[in-house]
Design a protein around this ligand. Structure first.
Ligand SMILES: [Zn+2]
Length: 491
């Protein structure tokens, strides 16, 4: 059995099957008063199957993902490439034709510079020998002096150890050496493994700076050992001055930890990033108008920005293009569900979240019009089903979606209480039911935020399975006679 499936706590399957069929009956009966009850269910199943099959035989997503990654490449906020990607995507959506709006958003503009690290002293070092380490600056890191910063490395495994060694930290370089739990990822909980380990990247440098550290390093957050550093955002407290902060490759974190166990280790660090003035950017919004309730929306989305080290094929080219492809499938089949399906290509997910904040501010006062929100941002693995942040009672209503996806092996319907995507989180907090394709993410964090996040990591058939999942789900939600009950996520 697939380990992901074995580990999922809330598999719908037999328990929800019977109730799901009933819920499906109720859902479509209201839509077709004359026809016998059994027929609408069969009709609904036939439409969902056509959507699935169209998605599984379409090359639109693969071609547009290739265009995005080959012709534009990395898309960090503030860059010309991100603006070019917005225009490329807006043009593609207009030509479907969908109704396209660019929602203006000001975004942070952080630029990577020279980055180098060298071990210049350690126990047993032969005279004159130094060792080069593989690292990369974290977004919003400050710069060292051009000649670099040389200091002792204090290795800690967690925040408790940092606090216990607070006297050693001042003026030195802290290395957070927390390991990524690949076994957790192997068991279907890659997101949990990422969050558990990622807290040191998000909050470690700030905690080290608060104790007077000169700089902070984190062991890369990722499950594979290719001596690749994994970048990502780090956060500073309000009014806190940033310090130089970088991610070390896992192998180099091990090396430093081994040497430091034997005695003092000194490291020379050069990081020369710059923070420029905020730049113009925007969310790409494309509406496929609903036939009965065009002012009610089902959002299907991914983020268009990426880190600067690679072409962002899996994070989140797959998600943003896969979501856009939902509208292409409906156009192909000439299907217009009751509500509007709104595609959003979010800006600035990676280092600020300004895109989702701007969108939420624009709909906050008419939040009832936002009936459901889907985000795909969990990598390029094949679809295993659907994650749903909905009320317990709602789960059975969704059974026809899983029935339609079953032939793809996407058989899991899993209820979640938390956010299912950073960009839809504000909507979920306001009560909008949230969804994500549940994908095989066991190896997502091998390449995540590294220079190896490139198109070759995407399997076209897996991408199609994600499009099929989102297209079936989005159509089903947009066609429901009444929106799903509201569900506010907890922390
Ligand atoms: Zn992402």
């Amino acid at each position: 059995m697939h380990p992901t499936l074995a580990a999922c706590p809330a598999v719908a399957g037999a328990v929800c099957g019977f109730l799901g069929v009933l819920a499906g009956c109720v859902a479509v009966t209201a839509n077709a008063a004359v026809a016998p009850e059994a027929q609408p269910v069969a009709q609904q199943a036939a439409v969902l199957a056509r959507i699935r099959d169209a998605a599984m035989s379409s090359d639109w997503a693969w071609q547009h993902l290739t265009d995005l990654t080959d012709k534009i490449g990395p898309r960090l906020s503030g860059t010309l490439q991100l603006t070019a990607a917005m225009n490329q995507l807006a043009d593609a959506m207009r030509s479907l034709p969908a109704q396209v709006t660019l929602q203006p958003v000001k975004v942070p503009h952080w630029v990577r510079g020279e980055e180098q690290a060298e071990l210049v002293d350690y126990p047993g070092r032969p005279v004159g020998v130094t060792q080069h380490l593989h690292l990369t600056a974290l977004g919003s890191s400050s710069a060292t002096e051009a000649k670099g910063l040389t200091a002792r490395v204090i290795v800690v495994r967690d925040f408790a150890e940092l606090n216990n060694r607070s006297e050693d930290v001042r003026g030195n370089i802290v290395l957070f050496d927390a390991r990524f739990d690949q076994r957790l990822a192997d068991n279907g909980y890659a997101g949990e493994a990422y969050r558990q380990n990622g807290v040191y990247r998000f909050k470690g440098p700030s905690a080290a700076a608060a104790l007077g550290a000169a700089a902070a390093l984190v062991r890369s957050v990722g499950g594979a050992d290719f001596r690749l550093p994994h970048t990502g955002a780090t956060m500073w407290k309000d009014k806190q001055a940033a310090i130089p902060a970088a991610a070390l490759s896992a192998e180099d974190a091990d090396l430093v930890a081994r040497l430091a166990a034997a005695g003092p280790v000194r490291l020379k660090l050069i990081l020369m990033p710059k923070t420029l003035a905020d730049a113009d950017s925007g969310n790409v919004i494309a509406d496929w108008l609903g036939r009965e309730r065009p002012n009610e929306y089902v959002i299907v989305s991914g983020h268009l920005d990426s880190w600067d080290l690679a072409t962002g094929a899996t994070d989140d080219g797959v998600g943003v293009i896969g979501a856009a492809a939902v509208i292409e499938i409906l156009r192909q089949l000439d299907l217009h569900p009751r509500r509007t399906i709104r595609f959003i290509g979010w800006t600035n997910e990676e280092n600020g979240g300004r895109g989702n904040k701007a969108y939420f501010a624009s709909v906050e006062r008419s939040i009832e019009t936002q009936t459901a929100a889907i985000e795909s941002d969990d990598g390029a693995g094949r679809s295993l089903g659907v994650d749903a942040a909905v009320t317990n009672d709602t789960l059975a209503t969704l059974q026809p979606v899983i029935d339609a996806l079953g032939p793809l092996g996407a058989t899991v319907l899993r209820r979640r209480d938390g956010e299912l995507g950073a960009d839809i989180e504000p909507l979920q907090r306001a009560g909008v039911p949230g969804f994500a394709p549940l994908v095989d993410a066991r190896h997502y964090f091998d390449y995540h935020h590294t220079a190896a996040d490139t198109l070759d990591k995407v399997e076209p058939q897996s991408l199609r399975s994600q499009v099929a999942t989102m297209a079936v789900l989005a159509y089903f939600l947009a066609e429901l006679p009444e929106p799903l009950p509201r569900f506010k996520i907890s922390d």
